[in-house]
Structure formats: C-alpha cells, structure tokens
Design a protein around this ligand. Structure first.
Ligand code: ATP
Ligand code: MG
Length: 152
C-alpha cells in the first residue's frame, strides 16, 4: 500500500486509520517504522498511541529505548533503537518481555533479524513538502491487515 501524506495531519490521520484496522486485542503485533531522520516515524507512532486512548505527551524513546502505554486495548510499546549499537544493548532491552503488547519500532534495522518476526513494515520517505508512506505486510496477517486498510 502506497499513500502520499501531504502534511503532519495526514500522517496522524493515517496512524489513526491504521489502528482502526488492527484487531481489538493488540498484543503480539510488531510494526517496523523505517525511514530517515525526520521522516515521520514518531508522528505515526504518536497518532496510533493517542488514537488508542492515551492523553498526554508521547516523549521520544531515543534514550529510554522503550516507552510503555497502558491503554484499554492493551499495552503499546513505543521503541526507538536509534542509539542501539551492540547486541548487548539489545539484550538489555528485554525484547521477550514486550510480547504482551503492540510493538511500534523505530530504527528496526539496528536489530538484525527483527523483520523475520514482525507483521508489518511502514517505510516513510521525504517527497516534496510531504512524505510518501509504503506499508507492507511481512506475514499472512500483516498482508490481510493491509487489505483491510486499503478497503477502509
Ligand atoms: N506527512 C508529513 N509531511 C510533512 N511533515 C511531516 C509529515 N509527517 C510528519 N512531519 C513532520 O516531520 C518532522 C519529524 O517527524 P518525526 O519526529 O515524527 O520523525 P522521525 O522519523 O520520528 O524522526 P527520528 O528519525 O529523528 O526519530 C516533524 O516536524 C513532523 O511534524
Ligand atoms: Mg522518531
């Protein structure tokens, strides 16, 4: 799925629409958010988290690595691997303890092998004053979700 997001509001609306096609139970889903610095990964994550019922700030997890949000449909883990530079730091993250939630992962390329277990990858790229978003299902349920999103 390929869409042009003209401004920040469009990215936010896309995040909201994305959440609406996820199953009620968010646990166990992993979404990779790729794209260069400032491409809009955090904007998308913030939109999903707010649409799921969070009121308040959504700080960047660049230093904490993970910010958890306890919401009515389950936990959302906003993860940013930008500063991760070694396998050891990744172990410190305690990845397996994040199974009970929806994982939104910025800079997923820092964790080789993550795409093998993820459901979806959103690739954001600069295009003029806006952004181009390409959403790809990485497994069967991810592909089905993209189908639902295109029909929604
Ligand atoms: N569709 C869009 N068109 C134009 N600007 C946008 C769009 N989506 C988000 N932005 C803007 O891009 C800027 C960077 O956004 P954001 O912080 O979400 O990027 P990021 O990919 O998370 O960056 P980083 O790699 O530093 O984590 C923000 O000022 C945001 O308002
Ligand atoms: Mg970010």
């Amino acid at each position: 799925m390929n869409v042009f997001l003209a401004d920040e509001a469009a990215t936010t609306a896309f995040g909201r629409q994305f959440l609406s096609v996820l199953p009620e139970e968010l646990a166990g889903w992993t979404v990779l958010l790729s794209g260069e610095l400032g491409a809009g990964k955090s904007t998308f994550a913030r939109a999903v988290i707010m649409a799921a019922g969070h009121n308040g700030p959504v700080p960047s997890p660049t230093y904490t690595l993970v910010e958890p949000y306890l919401l009515p449909r389950g936990v959302i883990y906003h993860i940013d691997l930008y500063r991760v530079s070694s396998e050891e730091e990744l172990r410190y993250l305690g990845w397996s303890e994040l199974d009970d939630g929806l994982r939104l992962v910025e800079w997923p390329d820092r964790a080789p092998g993550l795409s093998a277990t993820a459901d979806l990858e959103l690739l954001l790229a600069y295009e003029g004053d806006g952004r181009r978003a390409e959403l790809e299902g990485l497994n069967e349920r991810g592909v089905a979700l993209v189908e639902r999103l295109m029909q929604s």
